[in-house]
Design a protein around this ligand. Structure first.
Ligand code: SAH
Length: 489
């Protein structure tokens, strides 16, 4: 049959009250029946024997049963016919009868006897997503289903249930299609989904009603509080770790929050791919460093903007490089929120120090070589540097904000008691296409051998474990990587 070559035409069938014949009484049939029952179909199973579950359904009158093997005539009056595989002869007879009667038929796993195939399904209440590979690679359909199931939680079902009760009132209240459409988009792009996901059902409903400007059918009249909360209620701030550069290294939660933000304040290096995840109508502000910027003044400016926007009721996302709580002044932003009475959530991120170690395949702890590590900044806010000698207790020292202070790092750690031959790995722009890994020693840092070669941002990893620095498995999609050695041999 040429059917398998032509493309499938996907539909959702309305089966309520229609007869569906299922041939076979085993587990496959049981699964098919379970899928059919919610549709309201009249299901008749044709089989000599039934699984206990099917027998129970027959007993409770939920399905019909004709005891016996399939024989031509069984499909009379059926709208749809499904079968467990029953051998070439039976399958052929079954599909021939279906074809003759104009009934769509499916024999599990026997493509030549199928006039329809069943997709993989993701269901969230009224949201039904059907996935098919047109029979080419069902395993891929299963993987896609699993991905969608992870991505789409039960909150989608809750949102649709509510949407169903808002649709009528909105249509009565707002006759203009364009305006209704605008409000619907505002609703689906809003944080209503996040509220449902967090179990804050009442708030979700209130926000949705307030956005659409109507009360949902079957709910109390829209509360005054709900009506006004968006205008003057406090918004909130989410500090999100954007990761070290590769947009894939943001967390799933970070991405979810970013997608619902009203305002996004980001640093200069934020990946454009991440900003593209924000809502189309979100306000996106680059608060990155500009030449001649005073660091303190800039930080206060960011905090002021963040709080101002949040106080208008907006959900402000502050997208920060790496992890927001590692040398990113995240602490000051948390304090600013607390002082202004604005709720603040912190979503952790992959810090550049873990990304750098991963890029160079350096385990930051390793039995017998590195029992612990310290992460420091080469320079603190007051312009001072770490107490290098005090870092002696850590087998491995990781230094951020290092590119212009390589000599001082080498000199300081040697003076602090480390061997000048201690291996060093420097990772520039970890996780980006420009990533570069340089091997060195404390000595070569101290004498300035590398100064000028290393560009920011970079992370310096010092300790025996850095000798393990290697590129084990280049990830080609991230582009060419360069590894060079500056160690004195
Ligand atoms: N919160 C960030 C650090 C901010 S301080 C984090 O958790 O990573 C800025 C410093 O981070 C830079 O000076 C540099 O040392 C480091 N850094 C940030 N991104 C980097 C990257 N992709 N590769 C190497 N170092 C990076």
């Amino acid at each position: 049959m040429s059917r398998s070559r032509a493309a499938y035409y996907p539909v959702y069938l309305s089966l309520a009250g229609r007869l569906v014949v299922v041939v076979g009484g085993g587990e496959i049939a049981e699964r098919k029946v379970a899928g059919l029952l919610p549709s309201g179909a009249r299901v008749r199973v044709v089989a000599p024997e039934l699984t206990p579950e099917l027998a129970r359904l027959v007993e409770r009158g939920e399905i019909e049963h004709r005891a016996g093997d399939y024989r031509p005539g069984d499909l009379e009056g059926a709208f749809l016919a499904l079968a467990e595989p029953g051998g070439a002869e039976r399958d052929e007879a079954f599909s021939t009868e279906a074809e003759a009667r104009g009934i769509f038929a499916n024999v599990e796993d026997v493509v030549e006897c199928c006039s329809f195939i069943a997709p993989s399904i993701v269901r969230r209440g009224d949201l039904v997503i059907a996935i098919s590979t047109s029979g080419r690679a069902p395993a891929l359909a299963v993987r896609l289903r699993q991905r969608l199931e992870q991505e789409l939680g039960p909150e989608y079902g809750a949102l649709l249930e509510l949407a169903g009760r808002l649709r009528g009132p909105l249509a009565r209240e707002v006759p203009e299609f364009e305006e209704r459409r605008r409000r619907w988009y505002e609703l689906v792009d809003s944080e209503v989904l996040v509220l449902f996901r967090d179990g804050r059902t009442a708030e979700a409903s209130a926000l949705a009603e307030q956005m659409l400007g109507v009360a949902a059918e079957g709910s109390e009249a829209m509360s005054g509080a709900a009506e006004s909360s968006r205008e003057c209620g406090p918004g909130r701030v989410t500090l999100i770790g954007a990761g070290p550069g590769d947009p894939d290294l943001i967390t799933v939660l970070g991405l979810k929050r970013l997608r619902t933000a009203d305002v996004v304040l980001h640093d200069r290096l934020a990946a454009p791919e991440l900003l593209a995840e924000a809502r189309e109508d979100a306000e996106i502000v680059d608060v990155g460093k500009r030449p001649g910027d005073d660091v303190q003044a800039r930080q206060r400016r960011i905090e002021k903007l963040m709080i101002e926007r949040a106080l208008t009721g907006a959900h402000v996302v502050r997208l920060k490089g790496g992890d927001p709580a590692v040398f990113g002044r995240g602490g000051e932003e948390i304090e600013a929120c607390a002082a202004a009475g604005v709720a603040c959530e912190v979503v952790p991120g992959v810090s550049s120090f873990t990304a750098a170690a991963a890029a160079a395949s350096i385990p930051l702890t390793h039995r017998g070589v590195s029992l612990g590590f310290a992460v420091v900044s080469a320079r603190n806010a007051e312009g001072g540097e770490p107490d290098w000698a005090a870092l002696d207790g850590a087998d491995t020292v990781v230094v951020l904000m290092a590119s212009r202070r390589l000599e001082r790092i080498g000199q300081g750690l040697i003076a602090g008691g480390r061997e000048s031959s201690t291996p060093v790995a420097i990772v520039e722009r970890a996780s980006t296409p420009e990533e570069k890994i340089v091997s060195a020693t404390l000595e070569s840092l101290a004498v300035g051998e590398l100064s000028g070669d290393i560009k920011p941002p970079c992370v310096v990893i010092v300790g025996e474990i850095a000798a393990a620095s290697r590129r084990t498995c280049p990830r080609s999609r991230r582009g060419r990587r360069r590894t060079q050695s500056a160690a004195r041999s």
